[in-house]
Design a binder for this molecule. Sequence first.
Ligand SMILES: [Zn+2]
Ligand SMILES: [Zn+2]
Length: 125
Amino acid sequence: MDSTIVSIIIKVALAGGLMFFLYKDARARDYSWFMWTFAPVIILFTSSLGSSLFLLALILVMYMATRPKGEIRVCPHCGKKVHYILAFCPFCRKSVKKECLRCHDTVDWDAERCPHCGSMNLTKF
Ligand SMILES: [Zn+2]
Ligand SMILES: [Zn+2]
């Protein structure tokens, strides 16, 4: 096989792997997933395999440094992964938080009582 074809195959495989990771992670965090998913495509236009590896590492480092921090939870409605800070699931658009009916603060979905005022009077969606 031609070495250019081999390097194109390697580039496509690398870009595809990174795109898959960025899509899942950025969607769960509701963080410009469209832009991040397609960012690795630029490595297909690089001249050498070395520079494409460098670009891939750069995209990954930039993504990790700028993405919203914090844990990923599972949406109680659709089972997809959702960043803990979001009040609504980016996939099924349902609420993933409860509201405390006494102090009107948002409360985690699995909480029994409000962590702010201790009330057990929470909304159930
Ligand atoms: Zn959901
Ligand atoms: Zn409360």
